[in-house]
Design a protein around this ligand. Sequence first.
Ligand code: AMP
Ligand code: GLY
Length: 432
Amino acid sequence: MKVLIVGGGGREHALAWKLRRDDPQCDILAAPGNPGIAKLGRCVNISATNLDALVTLAREEAVTFTLVGPEAPLEAGVVDRFRAEGLAIFGPTRAAARIETSKRFAKELMLAAGVPTASAQTFTEVAPAKAEVRRLGAPVVVKASGIASGKGVIVAMSIAEADAAIDSMLVDNAFGSAGAEVLVEEFMEGEEVSLFALTDGTHVLPFIGAQDHKRIGEGDTGPNTGGMGAYAPVAIAPEALVREAVDCIFTPTLSAMREQGCAFTGLLYAGLMLTKQGPKVVEFNCRFGDPETQALLPLMASSLLSPMRAIAQGHSLADAAPLAWKPGASVSTVVAAAGYPGTIATGDTITLPDDREEVIVFHAGTKRLADDTLVTSGGRVVAVTAIAADIRAAQQASAAAAAQVKFEGAQFRRDIGWRELARDPETRSARS
Ligand code: AMP
Ligand code: GLY
């Protein structure tokens, strides 16, 4: 078995780590990969969006299948290209990836299929967008329709703030073409949970829930980031909630996509708001989440390789066993460069704690120099995942190991999982 992993972040390192656990004989190839993945397989210096070079590599290496981590190659049509060449690949086609790449497509699909989500309307003109803001009242949400690296969403607490967001997107082009169209959306109140499901287009294998921590500061304060840490499981997303999400969200969404002629295969990520009226979709992503993947995969007891391979090769999951999970909890703490999420320094020498069975260091923004020195090369440098008997022990172990990651200006949150720890113990143990 030989698998080509497209991408080079912490998520891709976690995927490589898990595939290697599932099959120690599995040959791993990554493009472009990173120094962490390089310990598990071979990294080839090809960018994740260089489709021609990826096709050539997959052919020359006769890979069993290719697995795509980030959304950019999916949006660029890597799956369409591979399939046209008869190469097995895990991920959605470009048309199916619109579930993430076009908020308008996703919203219209959900509303037509009766999938619970905030009501929303799309605008390209300022005046009707502002009129809609007044009709809904504050708080209200304004979103750029295209991909804006997670920055195109303004949860406006006042009408004035919503107006300013509309002006910046439609008049000042603050988000370029991603903001040429805006969505004005009803505000949903609740706690957010990330729920992943593997799918062949019809059947789903749901994961357990995870929770991301988007803000830079402890207690969820300060600016938004790509994600400063994640934990799993989440007590407010017990099995019954997952089942409800499969029935009311995943199944009707997948069926609507098949009807539209763009069946979704791969990993569908639902960002859910757990409202008083039940789970509602905040957004879909067409790929694994980062850093949720780094928290979830070390807890997965069953094989990921086997359903992934089935999906990549176009087989049905109808008879696939449900995914199985280890007992206990997982916390992944991201260690970021000084200045992140703003302007960051790179090239600083890194020292890492040793890998242990319960503590894994996933590389994200790291680079190995010719003299073998490991240096920082991105905003989120590593994610340190600890698994333990309970969330408190996992948080402590993850934070302690994160503190052993040394480079100039390293910053991390010591409170990943704080919402879970704040729940009363009765709720917390409800999953098992
Ligand atoms: P998105 O990029 O659509 O996931 O939005 C980014 C973040 O904005 C989400 O993770 C939520 O915290 C928040 N958000 C987005 N839409 C809504 C909404 N309709 N109501 C409340 N919060 C929202
Ligand atoms: N953790 C959020 C994302 O991957 O988009």
